[in-house]
Design a binder for this molecule. Structure first.
Ligand code: PLP
Length: 380
């Protein structure tokens, strides 16, 4: 019997309590008993986003909220600056262009963080830029961009937005939307929320809400004007994913009231740190050593090792599903998750599995050194 374990940086495993919560009988979303359910969701989301502003919910994957954060904030012909340091940075550019938004892309070497001075230069050279699009944590490279510093630069004009894809940042580390002055913040259920895929969230500042009023891009399903009107009445424009909302209330209770937000960040960071040290002990090279995301760790497949064979061995022989690289990193890296429902024993087991798989595909190392390193670091 092979026990299977999911270690991708989303989707992540779902706690039994959350799965059971989602098994509750369906209720009708226009009936009175929907109101407390929805209110608990939106208030919990405000706490995890650290914002007093609205956080909208969509029955969509995270990309849906990214799409809405272009098609409802800008207009065709507007100019946007995109930080392009991985697959998801590329996605911002693709979405903008799909709506006729002109983009200037700041290409960043994959695995590194953008230098905020480059953002400042780009804005100085093109004062017509209406919005800056960036990832907080670029999951495809496991690197973090310095969102706080970027926000300070973008804030120099009141006529410019900072739009942050925080899909693997919200609930992973401290990213206070209001305190840092972030205008639109995207996240999704299958990441730190420890839920199945299917819900996307979008927080909006007052400034962003003003941009919503002015946007002329075509859109229908993702209509933020409509959603912003419905939200205070504890409604969504379209049929919400009610079962997922039951799960969301339960997971927010765990994160916010039982474990605590700060403790959640601390635990995730600890797992990430221990994993990075363990990978070094095995002799593997980190893809993003200088700006590592605590959401997941990316390591380069060592010289001479067949990346796909390594991942297949992990999955089919050992039961561990890890993520491949995306785009130009396909087959060249392994990514393992720390965000969401993982503890130290999961992490140590995953490291041991990586060591076993490496040995099986012929990589010579001192077997057990990675697991020992992580055990030492996660002992307390
Ligand atoms: C940083 C980031 N942005 C965007 C996405 C896309 O989200 P989804 O696959 O939920 O549409 C992901 C998913 O992995 C992500 O990690």
């Amino acid at each position: 019997m092979l026990k299977t374990r999911l270690f991708t940086p989303g989707p992540v495993p779902v706690p039994d309590r959350v799965r059971l919560a989602m098994a509750q009988p369906i209720l009708h979303h226009r009936a009175a008993d929907f109101i407390p359910l929805f209110r608990a969701c939106r208030e919990g989301l405000q706490r995890i986003y650290q914002t007093q502003g609205p956080v909208l919910l969509f029955a969509a994957s995270g990309t849906g909220a990214m799409d809405a954060a272009v098609s409802n904030l800008l207009s065709p012909g507007d100019h946007a600056l995109v930080v392009r340091g991985g697959k998801f940075g590329e996605r911002w550019d693709e979405i903008c262009r799909a709506y006729g938004v002109r983009t200037t892309c700041l290409d960043v070497e994959w695995g590194t963080a953008v230098d905020p001075a480059r953002v400042a230069d780009a804005l100085a050279q093109a004062p017509d830029i209406k919005a800056v699009y960036v990832q907080a944590s670029e999951t495809s490279t496991a690197a973090c961009h310095p969102v706080r510093e970027i926000a300070e630069i973008v804030r120099e004009s009141d006529e410019r937005l900072l739009v942050v894809d925080a899909i693997t940042a919200i609930g992973v580390y401290d990213l206070p939307m209001d305190a840092w002055g972030l205008d639109a913040v995207v996240s999704g259920s299958q990441k730190a929320f420890m839920m199945p895929p299917g819900l996307a969230f979008l927080g909006l500042s007052e400034r962003a809400q003003r941009f919503v009023e002015r946007s002329t891009c075509p859109h229908y399903y993702f209509n933020l004007k409509k959603e912003l009107k419905a939200l205070p009445t504890d409604q969504t424009s379209w049929t919400p994913a009610v079962s997922l909302l039951f799960g969301l209330v339960e997971t927010l209770r765990i994160i916010l009231d039982e474990v605590g937000l700060e403790e959640t960040w601390r635990r995730t960071e600890k797992l990430a740190q221990a994993t990075r040290e363990a990978m070094r002990a095995i002799g593997l090279e980190l893809l993003a050593p200088d700006a590592p995301s605590p959401a997941c760790t990316a390591v380069r497949v060592p010289e001479g090792v067949d990346g796909p064979a390594l991942r297949t061995h992990l999955r089919d022989q050992l039961g561990f599903t890890l993520a491949d690289g995306q785009g130009k990193l396909k087959g060249k890296i392994l990514r393992l998750a720390h965000l969401g429902y993982y503890d130290r024993f999961d992490t140590i087991a995953c490291i041991a599995a990586i060591e076993m798989a490496l040995a099986a595909v012929g990589y010579v190392h001192k077997l057990g050194e990675g697991a020992r390193t992580a055990t030492e670091l996660l002992r307390d």
